[in-house]
Design a binder for this molecule. Structure first.
Ligand code: ZN
Length: 291
């Protein structure tokens, strides 16, 4: 079976170092073993989107020499598929309408199940929640190791259709990963907490669970995630070669002093080893480590 990986950014700004890392890691993992690498733009959250940013991200990927193997998929074209999936879950009783507003959810963030057995009097349907069961979801993360989570204890019944009518992130990702035949999901460890929900949705919807690999998120010495700046440098002020070198170092891959982008990619593809990435959620890195 050919492995199929993906990079799935939200168009909420420029490609920053954190998302570039996920792009590079997913690209190397898929392409180093002859697989395919796909790009999906997660543009179903209009209030958060920045106009022009999807095009900018795609241009940046090209600039770094990463070309998707199929046409880019835009989630904004997929609302019909999400609606179908939500209705199926509602029809089978696995999901239900909730009339609670955000202010009614306790500070713990765990939904107390208010509308689980029908809308209480006076409430009107706002969002759709998935009924979670009190059992442990397990998956073996290729970087972080065995992960076990009981959704009833960590999130409770979670939203799959938001009050504004938009499909929730968790649902859209699961529907699209299945639709695109994704076999491996390589992304930042900031999404590790979403994974058990996604695995549970896959189980309910009869989809295969892909291989998951969550690489550490790179922070500065103060614990801040590296975003548009890398250390003191905005990544736009560095050459793509310099940024790629920093990405390889951040992913714990050896990085020889090669002069050209093509040479470095060629080398990285031949020497990529996921097992070198440390099993931690956050990693502090000095920009000078890659010099
Ligand atoms: Zn409710």
């Amino acid at each position: 079976m050919v492995s199929i990986g993906r990079f799935a950014p939200s168009p909420t700004g420029d490609l920053h170092f954190g998302s570039l890392l996920a792009a590079v890691a997913s690209y190397l993992q898929a392409k180093s073993c002859g697989g395919q690498w796909l790009v999906r733009i997660e543009d179903i959250d209009p209030p958060r989107e920045v106009p022009g940013s999807a095009a900018g991200i795609l241009q940046d990927l090209e600039r770094f020499g990463m070309h998707p193997d199929r046409e880019v998929l835009y989630q904004s074209t997929r609302t019909g598929a999400y609606e179908l999936a939500i209705n199926k879950l509602l029809d089978s009783g696995l999901a239900y309408w909730c009339g609670c507003s955000r202010s009614e959810i306790p500070a713990s963030g765990i939904y107390p199940g208010t509308c689980r057995y029908g809308l209480p009097p006076g409430k009107t349907a706002r969002s759709v929640r998935l009924r979670v069961s009190d059992k442990i979801i397990r998956f073996n993360d290729a970087i972080q190791g065995l992960v076990a989570e009981n959704l009833a204890e960590t999130v409770g019944d979670f939203v799959i259709k938001r009050a504004d009518g938009v499909a929730a992130y968790q649902l859209a990702v699961v529907v699209d990963d299945a639709f695109q035949g994704i076999t491996e999901v390589v992304r930042g460890a900031d999404l590790l907490d979403s994974t058990a929900r996604q695995v549970y949705l896959q189980q309910l919807m009869g989809f295969k669970t892909p291989l998951y690999a969550h690489h550490p998120v790179i922070t500065d010495a103060k614990g801040r995630k590296l975003g548009k700046r890398y250390g003191s440098d905005p990544i736009t002020s560095l050459s793509p070669l310099q940024v790629l070198r920093r990405a390889l170092v951040a992913l714990a891959q050896p990085c020889p002093a090669l002069a050209g982008m093509d040479e470095l990619w060629h080398w990285a593809l031949r020497n990529w080893q996921l097992s070198r990435i440390p099993a931690v959620r956050e990693l502090i890195l000095n920009p000078s480590d890659s010099e």
